[in-house]
Write a protein that binds this ligand. Structure first.
Ligand code: GLN
Length: 566
């Protein structure tokens, strides 16, 4: 989608070039401009990483949506990988997959969960892809003998990609989150692109800068100096932040905000604080309470109007805050890192909330699970999730967990590799193939109940070559999954190279493991379930990518219901 035709530098224009499209008639302006174009909000972060730019971007999206605007959110990451698909989760957390099969940053998961929008390839960009596109154009001869430079060629490519979704005419606002921290060498071209766009678009582009206000316990003081330095750094790139969001552990009083406003040339109403909150889902409400959305609109010269109610969102928070019951879920995986299974834990939490429970997730490292300690590790869990993954490490622990859940009838949800481990365990213990395995783990196994997909066999490049994105799945009539979904054709997202080996299908079904979801074209098994057990379901796809705050995923809803014994 990076078209070679789109390489031309954007010229500043004095013509109004857009018309805001709002579902809310009170927000429509009456001028008719030739083409609907979007307004741009840039979200950057300073001082330290992990401040939650993704949550802030998603919250801005949510609040503008609540006002009737059409929004989209995109992430531009300054690293050189083409996408995060080949990155170790310890480096980068979970890899989130879009419907159209792009492997992306986990922040896209926040965007979708908060706003219910569907992101695509166009919502995710990296320095690697920007350079690749420019280099491809250079090889193609598109630059007509010019010397290719960071400015203007790389920055133009960034600008064109930033504006790509905005120019579709589908959105009122395009929110662009820039990964990394201001001051990183890698971020410089992105900041230069933002500087230019701000200059070209005037009020139609604003900068929201997220910084950190540390609390020095020994001095008993909150310190604004890092924020001042971060803004200074932004100014050195030629960008005056319009709105500052200060992450803080303690409440900032008005004097403190006034001080920041004064030192950083920002209106007082545009200095917003983002205190630590019990849940990320409180953030939009906190931002709205302080008028972040109205500040954005005012800065962009858009009539503010009344603050909308966040009805269903508030209902969700109310449920979360009023529940005292706890459901214990054991997450059996190999990455002991909160972000590695982000979408799964959020999906569990959405579902538990709607069942009036809090979810207490215990990470269980499958590498250290053994028949000696399995009882101790799993017996307190109301439900077990066997996580996705790649490679040999930790799989025997996942197989043990699958066996424990099956033989003790504990609700168990196997996702992707987790489903494959359920299948292997069943072959070893029930079908009598003690050497059964996936050819991913043992290419010589005589019982390859999980085997490489045919179209994966001649692939040598690892990046972006798996079976990725959304595919249809036909559910078997009268199966548990059909009743859970309430329909027979579903569409879910995938990220795998291996599949259930259909050679064994009849044997599995005869012994009680049913293949109740299949791809209608290829026959690939997408779901296995054991109807005799309370809840024992494995999915080759990743349902966790589709659960949102307002639309919890049916499989997670049903799994949690089983875990709490409904
Ligand atoms: N490693 C397995 C495969 O490629 C499972 C992948 C996953 O869990 N996402 O098929």
């Amino acid at each position: 989608w990076i078209s070679t035709k789109r390489h031309k530098s954007s010229k500043p224009s004095c013509q109004p070039r857009y018309r805001l499209i709002s579902k809310n008639p009170s927000h429509n302006n009456n001028h008719t401009f030739p083409k609907a174009m979007a307004k741009y909000i840039f979200v950057t972060g300073g001082v330290v990483s992990s401040l939650g730019k993704g949550i802030i971007s998603a919250s801005i999206g949510k609040l503008l949506q609540a006002r009737g605007y059409k929004i989209t959110i995109q992430k531009f990451d300054p690293y050189i990988n083409i996408d995060p698909g080949t990155l170790n989760p310890y480096e980068h957390g979970e890899c989130y997959v879009t419907v159209d099969g792009m492997e992306t940053d986990l922040d896209l998961g926040h965007y979708e969960r908060f706003t219910g929008i569907q992101t695509t390839k166009a919502n995710s960009m990296t320095t690697g892809r920007i350079y690749k596109s420019v280099i491809d154009k250079e090889r193609h001869g598109d630059f007509l003998g010019k010397t290719i430079q960071v400015v203007p060629h790389i920055t133009d490519e960034i600008k064109n990609n930033i504006k790509y979704l905005g120019e579709t005419g589908l959105y009122d606002f395009v929110i662009t989150e820039i990964g990394g921290t201001i001051g990183d060498i890698e971020s410089a071209p992105f900041l230069e692109a933002i500087r230019q766009l701000k200059w070209e678009l005037g009020k139609d582009a604003i900068s929201v800068h997220l910084t950190y206000v540390p609390y020095l316990r020994a001095a008993g003081e909150l310190k604004t100096k890092p924020t001042q330095h971060s803004v200074k750094e932004m100014l050195s790139y030629g960008i005056q932040p319009d709105i500052l969001i200060l992450r803080t552990e303690k409440h900032l009083d008005d004097n403190m905000r006034m001080k920041v406003a004064g030192f950083c040339n920002v209106d007082l109403e545009c200095v917003i604080q983002s205190e630590d909150l019990p849940s990320i889902y409180e953030v939009p409400v906190n931002m709205q309470r302080q008028g972040l959305d109205s500040a954005i609109l005012r800065k962009m010269g858009i009539p503010v109007g009344e603050t909308p109610q966040l009805g269903p969102w508030l209902h969700f928070l109310e449920l979360r805050n009023s529940t005292t019951e706890v459901v214990n879920i054991g997450l059996v995986g190999k990455y002991n890192l909160q972000d590695a299974y982000k979408s799964i834990s959020e999906s569990l939490s959405h579902a538990a909330t709607y069942h009036h429970h809090k979810v207490n997730i215990t990470f269980i490292n499958s590498e250290f699970l053994s028949s000696e300690n399995i009882e101790e590790k799993l017996s307190n869990q109301d439900g077990i999730v066997i996580c996705p993954g790649f490679g040999q490490r930790g799989i025997e622990g996942k197989i043990l967990a699958a066996e424990y859940a099956r033989t003790h009838d504990v609700p168990c949800f196997g996702i992707c590799l987790g489903m494959q481990m359920m299948v292997i365990e069943f072959a070893r213990d029930v079908l009598g193939y003690s050497d059964a395995n996936s050819s991913e783990m043992d290419s010589q196994t005589p019982h390859n109940v999980i085997d490489m997909m045919e179209d994966q066999k001649n692939i040598s490049n690892m990046g972006g070559t798996m079976r990725l994105g959304a595919y249809d799945c036909q559910l078997m009539k009268n199966s548990k999954v059909a009743s859970i979904y309430g329909k027979e054709t579903i569409r879910e997202r995938h990220r795998h190279r291996y599949e259930f080996n259909n050679k064994y299908l009849d044997e599995y079904e005869a012994h009680g493991m049913k293949c109740t979801g299949r791809n209608p074209e290829s026959g690939l098994v997408e779901i296995v379930e054991m109807p005799e057990l309370k809840w024992y379901i494995g999915t080759q796809f990743h349902p966790e990518y589709q659960s949102t705050v307002l639309h919890p995923h049916p499989l997670f809803m049903s799994f949690i219901a089983a875990a709490i014994g409904c």
